[in-house]
Design a protein around this ligand. Structure first.
Ligand SMILES: Nc1ncnc2c1ncn2[C@@H]1O[C@H](COP(=O)(O)OP(=O)(O)OP(=O)(O)O)[C@@H](O)[C@H]1O
Length: 809
């Protein structure tokens, strides 16, 4: 890079060295990896712009803004840089294989996971950047998820607990199932796997290439991994495990769900073929330790990588099935695949030693809806995706800020979206997090990619996560088939150490009549907080949706205006062209007509000009002769008169008679010639007159053309006026925009007002019912309640205004 380029570089990670000091994975709770997708054959053939992404070294990458991109334009205006440098835990270039990527990114987390540390791996990036490819891979080249399953089964090989009577329960507990329940589990699993009949063959073949399934079907040995692969020689580092491994066994359970439009759906629920059957929405709850879990989510026991892959395929199938039915695109939802590893001890009388969870989340494409031109359902969908990713960004930014002891700790809004609620335990010190940033090298998605990189730059700066007091690190509980606690799994703890088994396990299942006064107050307080958070998130969502709607409408109006003005311009041009061509046509016709007339006349009376001149000269010559003869006649007569007086009358008479005869002859000849010439002159005058008439006709035609011309000019003027009225419309749209922003400010003020008023609401503690009543009444009568009502009215009136505008349109 030249010096000029260097001066343009904005280094996004100022504290790289600081985070590098935590190079020991044990101290690095969040690692951020970058994977750059290679160009596809089609992209290479279409000469997709290259050179936007340059990998500088294994930790850093440089983005160069392509020409004509908004980023480059901003750079030219001096608003931002054209070159950005980003650093990551590791950068994987386009040539990286799936195996190399797994080794370098996820393996560490799986190693910790089998030793009891929870893990979260999520992919982030724009659509088509390779997120799904990285997590799932292809049937020929597995992604990190099948590879992790393979590693887990390799690890527990020979120590696998094959019965299904210990099942994951709530967030971190285990349920011991009765015989009947075990049978039910087995039948659920069989039904689920049967739903993949047709694909079974191909999966078996593919997985057989990866795993060699032993007769028990529970043991799977990697074949596609090199013989010296660390997986094969993997030795648990956990000393505790090593000491007790002789009597430990492991049971693996998986779940697969998706978050679509802020609703959680189970992808392992067998869907009915009925067309109008709606998918069941699942709820996110919290256990008494504050850990989130998805209520009623299906957990399926798997006994090999092959089964895991089948479950993945079934979930994908259900996902795409639901998508086709609702006309969605798969990348419009966040998919979450979780693996729970139950470590059991004592073969004869098994107890659960610990439970660990590894979650893979394939986030929806992070592109913004402005680019996708979304409306209606698509806009709502994009709004929800944007919102959940935005809240994830807010949580990450808050976590980053809270690392700084000098700054006031800020609220981490985990509860504002389903996604962050589920991620919360991982970000709160309950495990390791690995963020995989996927990017492609397309110039046309450069701005989105830059946005993704900036997001990840903040995440990369998180070097320490929080552990709130409410999230105590209690060991898992064992409950019976009826859901009542049996024992808490701690080898050193007896059953007696545990409090009343009727403790609340999920917030929505609380029976308030059994709660003490203090607990009730706490519950009310919690509910109030949740209500506030819920309202805030809804408000935020509404503001976002409104803003995006307004933007979309404004864009649409601008486009309409542009289309109309283009149409007007086109019409103007075409009218002008038509006018010009008509005018030319008439001109040509007149010329032709005049020429034809002239030709006709010329044919009838054609006298070549030379002849005409010669004739004229002849006439002039003759006139001169006549004059000469007349002069001679006068002279003669004069002389005759003189002679007559001197000579005899006889002579005079004879000579005079002779001269008279000659003169008479000459005179007659000349008169004849004169008459002929007069005729010629008359015919020529006639010709000139006819030519004049033709000229008049041509003038008349020209006058008509001029009239037509002025009429068309008038039409153009009218169209100009129409265009002006459209421009007035555009101004009105701008005014609407301002109204929307002022409404937004109003909403913000309501929010502020609410939070101030809420903090004032401290009531004296009284009896149980009185407290509840006052809490409810207080909430209803708060300025927020009223403000909320007002806001509803305002929003309704705004809707009316918008509706009125739309009707006008
Ligand atoms: N590292 C890679 N090597 C080869 N091909 C890749 C790689 N990464 C992605 N691809 C290919 O690129 C295409 C898009 O990848 P993928 O579907 O994983 O993108 P995505 O980010 O999950 O998209 P979406 O958000 O729309 O679901 C696929 O055809 C995939 O096979």
């Amino acid at each position: 890079m030249d010096s000029e380029g260097k001066s343009c570089v904005s280094v996004e990670l100022s504290d790289v060295s600081e985070s590098d000091s935590f190079s020991d994975p044990a101290y690095q709770p969040l690692r951020v990896f970058l994977r750059v997708r290679p160009f596809s054959v089609a992209e290479l053939e279409s000469h997709e712009t290259q050179g936007c992404v340059t990998i500088e070294d294994p930790q850093s990458v440089i983005l160069h803004a392509p020409k004509e991109s908004p980023a480059m334009k901003n750079c030219e205006r001096g608003i931002s840089h054209s070159v950005h440098k980003f650093t990551f835990s590791q950068v994987f270039g386009p040539e990286t294989t799936q195996s190399e990527f797994f080794e370098g990114s996820t393996k560490e987390i799986v190693r910790a996971y089998v030793n009891g540390v929870n893990g979260l791996v999520f992919t982030y990036g724009v659509t088509n950047a390779g997120k799904t490819y990285t997590i799932q891979g292809t049937t020929k080249d597995f992604g990190i998820l099948p590879r992790s399953l393979d590693m887990i089964f390799n690890y527990i090989r020979g120590r696998q607990y094959l019965k299904m009577n210990f099942k994951p329960y709530l967030s971190n507990d285990v349920k011991k199932l009765e015989e009947a329940q075990v049978k039910q589990e087995e039948s659920i699993k069989a039904t689920l796997l049967a739903s993949l009949k047709e694909e079974t063959e191909s999966i078996s073949n593919t997985v057989a290439n990866t795993c060699h399934v032993e007769p028990t079907s529970s043991k799977c040995i990697s074949r596609n991994l090199p013989s010296d692969s660390p997986e094969k020689n993997f030795v648990p580092t956990d000393t505790y495990w090593t000491n007790i491994q002789q009597r430990t066994q492991a049971s693996v359970w998986v779940s697969f769900c998706e978050i679509y439009n802020e609703y959680v759906y189970d992808l392992l629920s067998v869907l009915s073929t009925l067309k109008n059957q709606k998918r069941r929405v699942l709820r996110i709850c919290e256990d008494q330790r504050g850990n989130s879990y998805i209520k009623d989510l299906k957990w399926i026991n798997i006994q090999s990588t092959e089964e895991g892959c089948k479950i993945l395929k079934i979930g994908n199938k259900n996902r795409s099935f639901a998508c086709t039915r609702m006309n969605e695109q798969s990348s419009r939802s966040h998919s979450i695949f979780s693996i729970r590893l139950l470590i059991l001890t004592d073969e004869h009388q098994p107890h659960v030693l610990r439970v660990s969870e590894l979650t893979f989340c394939d986030l929806a494409g992070s592109e913004r809806c402005n680019k996708t031109q979304a409306f209606g359902d698509r806009l709502k969908e994009a709004g929800n995706i944007n919102n959940s990713l935005h809240i994830l960004g807010k949580c990450i930014a808050a976590l980053k800020q809270n690392q700084n002891a000098k700054m006031k700790p800020s609220y981490v809004p985990f509860r504002e979206s389903k996604l962050t609620r589920l991620f919360q335990p991982f970000f709160c010190g309950k495990g390791k997090v690995c963020m995989i940033v996927n990017i492609n090298q397309h110039a046309n998605t450069y701005d989105e990619t830059l946005h993704v990189m900036k997001f990840s730059a903040i995440a990369k700066q998180i070097i320490q996560t929080v552990l709130p007091k409410s999230l105590g690190d209690l060991p898992p509980k064992l409950v019976g088939g009826d859901g009542k606690p049996i024992v808490r799994f701690d080898v050193n703890t007896s059953v007696d150490d545990f409090p009343d088994s009727n403790e609340t396990s999920a917030e929505e299942e609380v029976d308030i009549t059994i709660l003490s006064h203090e607990d009730l107050l706490k519950t009310a307080e919690n509910l109030k907080e949740k209500l506030v958070a819920e309202r805030q998130s809804k408000l935020l969502l509404e503001v976002n949706i409104r803003r995006e709607m307004a933007e979309a409408m404004f864009r649409q109006l601008l486009e309409t205006e542009e289309a109309w003005s283009n149409r007007l311009e086109d019409m103007k041009d075409s009218y002008e062209e038509k006018l010009e061509s008509k005018f030319e046509m008439y001109k040509e016709a007149i010329k032709k007509h005049a020429y034809m007339c002239a030709m006709e006349q010329i044919e009838d009376h054609y006298v070549p000009i030379e002849e005409f001149i010669a004739e004229q000269e002849k006439v002039e010559e003759r006139e001169r002769k006549i004059l000469q003869l007349e002069r001679q006649l006068h002279e003669q007569s004069g002389r005759l008169l003189t002679k007559g007086s001197l000579h005899s009358d006889v002579l005079t008479t004879e000579n005079g008679m002779e001269a008279d005869k000659v003169m008479k002859r000459d005179n007659e000849g000349l008169q004849k010639q004169c008459m002929e010439k007069d005729e010629l002159i008359k015919s020529l005058k006639l010709k000139i007159q006819k030519l004049n008439e033709t000229l008049l006709e041509a003038n008349e035609g020209y006058r008509k053309m001029a009239d037509e011309n002025s009429r068309l000019k008038h039409t153009i003027m009218l169209k100009d006026q129409e265009m002006n009225s459209l421009q007035n419309w555009a101004k009105r749209v701008l005014e609407l925009e301002e109204t929307v922003s002022s409404l937004q400010k109003e909403l913000d003020e309501h929010k502020k007002h609410f939070s101030v008023e809420d903090s004032k609401q401290q009531k004296p503690r009284r009896g149980l019912l009185a407290n509840l009543k006052s809490t409810v009444a207080g909430t209803a009568s708060t300025p927020l309640g009223r403000g909320w009502g007002k806001h509803e009215e305002a929003s309704t009136s705004r809707k009316h205004v918008l509706f009125a505008h739309k009707t006008k349109e």
